[in-house]
Design a protein around this ligand. Structure first.
Ligand SMILES: C[S@@+](CC[C@H](N)C(=O)[O-])C[C@H]1O[C@@H](n2cnc3c(N)ncnc32)[C@H](O)[C@@H]1O
Length: 301
């Protein structure tokens, strides 16, 4: 499979330009996937440059190019600092995170991410972790389910949905996607495809603790970025976008907790994109999966 079939990189030119790549610098790609953005970064690096690429999904490893400047880390980017330390690269010139799942993951029925196929209720990006979508549906209580469908899926009748799952799950065999969709039939509101997509998005975010990983990674940035290092983050839904926007802003606004401190409040990031960069109509026409992408960029002061 070629890389374009695995995943078409989103906002490619915009990301490569935003990173302002120094040829001999050290860069991190938190989300290697099909390696599309990584290839663009490597093309801008000279022989001394380095790219440290994370991906927690073993399938992404089939896309690793034979390039000595690339260090692949097969783990969650929430351990950013730990692995940078391991590879003796704790001062970096830039970082990219292109969040969510790749087209390859989404299109593989056996991974359980898509509502279009039947398959297991799995949705784990990292198969070494334990919690699957089926376990969440069988084990979470009504309040937990309600909260996750409301927060991560913005499902309009999330309370009704949670109650319905809890009432029905003892009798139903939630063995796969088809049986789950069947169980949902009585509570589907509006367009069923849209409804299922929202429910699946919420489950996927919870299975992979996507918000937890994003927050942990962001909080490590001030310690690893060199002055003038650029951070480029592509998000695909409003919850993630809000976290990134708030982080860039709040990192600057944070008060010094010591009331006797005479230190002036320091600015940590210069925000490069006041408004997020979104794909052109032409990119969305070529790659409809780019349609909800938003790129935010900041520079370490
Ligand atoms: C949208 S794709 C990235 C595509 C890539 N930029 C390209 O050009 O092909 C996201 C990738 O990041 C990985 N991923 C998502 N969250 C992750 C995390 N917290 N830690 C490590 N990898 C993650 C997924 O397994 C997936 O392969």
């Amino acid at each position: 499979m070629n890389n374009a079939a695995y995943h078409v990189p989103v906002l490619y030119n915009e990301v490569i330009a935003a990173l302002n790549i120094q040829p001999g610098g050290v860069y991190v790609d938190c989300t290697f996937g099909g390696g599309g953005h990584a290839k663009g970064i490597l093309e801008k690096l000279n022989a001394n440059g380095r790219l440290i690429a994370f991906d927690q999904d073993a399938d992404a490893q089939q896309n690793i190019p034979p390039d000595e400047r690339l260090i692949f880390v097969p783990h969650n980017f929430r351990h950013l600092h730990r692995f940078l330390k391991l590879h003796k690269q704790t001062a970096i010139n830039g970082l990219l995170a292109d969040l969510g799942v790749s087209s390859f993951q989404f299109d593989e029925a056996a991974r359980g991410f898509s509502t279009r196929f039947n398959g297991p209720l799995d949705m784990r990006m990292d198969k070494r972790t334990e919690k699957t979508a089926a376990q969440i549906l069988m084990q979470y209580n009504e309040t937990q389910l309600h909260k996750l469908f409301e927060q991560y899926g913005e499902v309009s009748n999330s309370k009704t949905l949670a109650r319905h799952i809890v009432q029905q799950r003892a009798n139903a065999q939630l063995k796969d996607i088809a049986s789950f969709k069947l169980l949902l039939q009585p509570v589907v509101k509006g367009n069923p495809n849209k409804y299922f997509a929202q429910v699946f998005q919420a489950l996927r975010i919870e299975v992979n603790d996507e918000m937890g990983a994003l927050n942990e990674m962001l909080n490590q940035l001030p310690d690893v970025l060199l002055p003038k290092a650029r951070v480029a983050i592509i998000t695909f839904h409003s919850i993630e976008d809000r976290i990134v926007k708030k982080f860039f802003k709040q990192a600057n606004d944070e008060e010094d907790e010591n009331p006797f401190s005479t230190k002036k409040k320091e600015e940590i990031f210069k925000i490069i994109t006041k408004k997020p960069v979104v794909p052109t109509a032409e990119e969305i026409r070529r790659n409809p999966r780019a349609r909800s992408a938003k790129l935010r960029v900041a520079e370490k002061v």
